[in-house]
Design a protein around this ligand. Structure first.
Ligand SMILES: [Zn+2]
Length: 272
């Protein structure tokens, strides 16, 4: 089946075979966060249209028996591809996870074909094409956590100029997933989504003009300034990346609490 990714990248993916299970059971790949790109390399039959990616990005024909590399593809395209490829074999998935409120095991059923997806914006496509970071501004005391394209927009919206920070963001490439997984192994109690957000920040200019480019410095700044900033930059990157809706609402059948759940992109996703 030919699938068109949110960025416009078009690939033909074959269906799963029993032999693919060997890869899925490779715990080393899972631990490194490389299962999905390696699996896609096995499933890619044909590159139909590179979309915004260069030949160098996709290293076409470089590796033996491989149609393209997924390492330099944006994570939104990669996760979209794997969900679509899974859906070609079986559309209706069901998995179990504990309720975050009562801890009872919930069974979640989802049809992959019903997942909503957004296209990459023209700004996001230009970013993937040129590698120039996407720039957004966010107010550090802005409770509504709205990101702005320019500092002037932020001021016009009523933010105090002394509270506005500038973020140069990179859409997360698949090759950075091992970095995110390594960070998680090193600080198992850390917030994975915050780590992922910080990995995408190439440069952060504080309201006082201080420039941060070091991951640790960015992480401690973000930890201090709280969830509003993280949410603002996440909203900005998600909007421009496009892709599958990150999570959806599920109501626990034991305690009837509604909560956001996400597709389980671990080995179980491929074994269901
Ligand atoms: Zn519950």
């Amino acid at each position: 089946m030919v699938h068109v990714m949110p960025s416009g990248l078009q690939v033909q993916l074959r269906k799963w075979k029993l032999g693919d299970r060997k890869l899925i059971k490779n715990t080393q790949l899972v631990r490194q966060g490389l299962l999905i790109p390696r699996l896609l390399e096995h499933l890619t039959e044909n590159l139909v249209d590179p979309g915004p990616y260069s030949e160098k990005d996709l290293r076409i024909g470089k590796s033996k028996g491989m149609t393209m590399s997924w390492d330099n593809v944006a994570w939104q395209d990669t996760s979209y591809a794997i969900a679509k490829s899974r859906g070609d074999t079986r559309d209706a998935l069901a998995w179990s996870q504990p309720c975050i409120f009562c801890q009872d095991i919930m069974t979640i059923a989802k049809k992959l074909s019903t997942l909503h997806s957004n296209p990459t914006t023209p700004e996001g496509i230009a970013h993937l094409r040129t590698g120039e970071p996407l720039v957004c501004y966010a107010g550090l005391s802005d409770e509504d956590c709205i990101p702005y394209h320019t500092r002037e927009d932020a001021v016009a919206a009523g933010l105090d100029i002394d509270d506005i920070a500038r973020f140069s963001m990179n859409i997360l490439r698949t090759r950075l997933m091992p970095v995110v997984f390594k960070l998680r192994r090193e600080s198992p109690n850390g917030d994975l989504s915050l780590m992922q957000t910080c990995t995408q920040i190439a440069e952060l200019v504080q309201p006082d003009g201080k420039v941060l480019t070091d991951y640790e410095a960015i992480l401690s700044f973000m930890e201090e300034d709280g969830l509003n900033v993280e949410k603002a930059v996440d909203t900005f990157v998600s909007k421009h990346s496009g892709g599958l809706e990150g999570s959806f609402e599920h109501v626990c059948s034991s305690c009837h609490s509604a909560q956001d759940v996400a597709l389980p992109f671990g080995p179980e996703f491929f074994m269901m």
